[in-house]
Structure formats: structure tokens, C-alpha cells
Design a protein around this ligand. Sequence first.
Ligand SMILES: [Zn+2]
Ligand SMILES: [Zn+2]
Length: 410
Amino acid sequence: MPGAMVITFLGTSSGGGPSESRNCSSLVCDILGNGSLWMVDCAEGTLRQFAFQPKGQIQLKANRVTKIFITHMHADHIMGIVPLLRGVLFPPSTDSTTIKHSEKPPRVEIYGPSGIRNFVRQVMKMTLTNTSDTYTIHELLTPDDPSLPCLSPAGIKIHSTDPNVMHISEVAGSDIRCADDGFWRGLTESKGAYGRIFVDAGPISHRDPCIGYIFREDSWPLRKLVILGDTSNASTIAPLCLSPSPSLLVHESTDAHIPRNVDPKANRSLQVVLDKTLSRGHSIPTMAGTFAKAVGAERLVLNHISGRFPAPRNHQDHRTAIIHEIEKQATEAWNSSKSAIVAWDFMRIEIPAIMTTNLNTSDSSALSTDNTDVGSTTTQMIPLSYSDPAEGSPHAGMREFDPKTKKRRR
Ligand SMILES: [Zn+2]
Ligand SMILES: [Zn+2]
């Protein structure tokens, strides 16, 4: 659909992963409606996930990634950045060990917390990475965060380990300080399909500094995506999530209490699960649902799922009932007529510009199976598909499921 914002989850596992059915955190969104991709987090293996996209689904290309937004510095959110850059910035035409710093505008812009510039810069240097295109890193800094200089590498060996000297492929980025209220408003903007797209960010509570991102249109149809990093309390970012409310909220739900009648093997009490989850800076489904209710989210997707809860293999799989239970707990706390959805790798959600109650799914995609009116936005789902590496080649074991009925499609 022209102008639709389409989000694709590339990795939905918590930091305990990757697992058999989930890679660690990454998602991409065609937020401008022009085929370019903005990425949120980039776990190890993210580049490979592009190659593992299910057959029959639109095949996203890693080289369409133009911006990457990093929520925090934990390894399960950043270890795929350098491999991705190596893949999309292309090797240089001639081998060189001395500087020929490019004047080209950066092909990829990265936004993230203090430390992300040094991390990418040093790993690029230490892995002797050399590319023809360039990247830049803008850091979202608090008043206490230090600024890492961007000294030109001209005339210096590319292997310089001075952290203040940029990598040969790096273009000097910005230091973006938060406002007095702690928020980064309008940290970047671009022309979207119906107006301008602004990006805001704010801190959320995790065991280390963490950021949530808001992507919003400044004019009709005022779609707004709120994508949070790991958190045990996102209330600090709530002011950015109101007026209008999010068309879609992506909130982590790392762990969950599963009752015995759903999983006979479950042996942890709600209090044990809650205490452990909070101690690690994470959330359970009711916490995600409560936040969704507080900000009036129109759609809620649960992400960053523990390895305890793999994606279902088929509709008879006991995993299906467990995933339903997690969705039920979040939905009840959300108190919405719609259902929260536990994300799976390669799940796609489409938010069209116009309200559509009966999307015709016979054209583009025979893949579309669930079109749910969600008020000012419509979320379109495609079947769950994932391949099981244990079954051999990436697509050999592909199984497709209808996310609504949970029935196997073939
Ligand atoms: Zn994480
Ligand atoms: Zn984390």
C-alpha cells in the first residue's frame, strides 16, 4: 500500500539468545514509505537475517538501511553493527592502508547513546575494515556524558588506535545533548510520504542507560511508532508518547509467569518471575500492557522474548499455548479490545496511511491473512514463517502459520 509504514522484526530474542527460533534484537521499518529502511538495534547475526527471510515474503535488502537507532550498549543490541556496515558500505576499489578520507556524504547514519561512536570506531579499526562508502555516528548525550572527538584521520595510518581519531570510513557526527527535561526532540527529520517524519528519544529505566525512540509524522495521518529498548520502567518517556497516542507500541516482555494449567512443566511463581525480571531491568507482559494502557497505544507488540518462550513450530506445539498466555496477560493489563502480539522473527506489521476496515488481500499478497481495524491505523499481518537451522538449509524447514488461527498453512 503506497505510503504504508511497514515494520519487519529481524530478531526478537532477549539477550540469552540467539536461539533456535529467534535471533537477538533488531527490526527495520520503511518509515518514509519509499523503500529505505530505518533500523532499531542491530544484534549479532542481523545481516544474516536478511538472507533468511521466508520465501514468498517481500525480500528486504540490507543495503537499503540508511539509519540505525541504537537503544543501549548491551551486546545483544549492537554486535551486528560492524558486520552490517561491512556488508552495505562496499569494499574499496583498491586496497589501501593509508588514509583517503572520503568527502562522500555518509551512506549510513547511526544514532545511539554515549559509547556507540567509540565502539563502532574501534571495532572498525581493529578488524582492519576498509570500505568505499562512509558512515557517521551521532551520539545522544546527557549532561554528564563525555564527548568523543572526531579528529580527521588524514595522514594517519588507518590502524591508529587513538580513540579520538575517526576510522577512515567515518564522517564526523554530531553530539546531541538532551534538553533540560531529559528528552532528545527532533534529533533527525526526513521527508515522509505525507509530511515530515521526526524522531524523538527519551530515557527509560534498564540496568544500564537505555533509550526509547519515537517516530512521528507532523501532519495527517499523524502515525506514531514508539519503539522501546530494554526496560523495567518506561514511564519517563511517557510524555513523548502522548498527544497523539502511539499507532504502534513495541515494548519488551522478556519473561513471564506461566501457570501450570498452560505449561505443566512451569514451576516458577509470579513473585519469583517478577523479582528476577525486575532485578535484571526487564519487564513481564502485564508491565508492557500497563504502559500501553497509560499511553493509549492502538497496537501493542511484545518483543525481546526469553529463550524460555520459543516461537511455535506448529499449531499443536505446546509453545503456541504459552505464547497465547503471554499475549493474554499483556492484553488484560492493556484493557484493550485488541490483542497484544508476541513478535516472532520476520513478523511484518503494516500501518497504512488511511483507515481501512477491509483490506483486499488478494492482490499483493496472498500472504496477508489478518487485517484488523485498529482505529486510525490498520495493522496487517502476514503468516508466521521461520526456518529451523536444525533442518538443514535456511528454507528447507520453513513452516508457515496463520497468526490468527495458529493453523499450519501447508
Ligand atoms: Zn537486551
Ligand atoms: Zn539490555
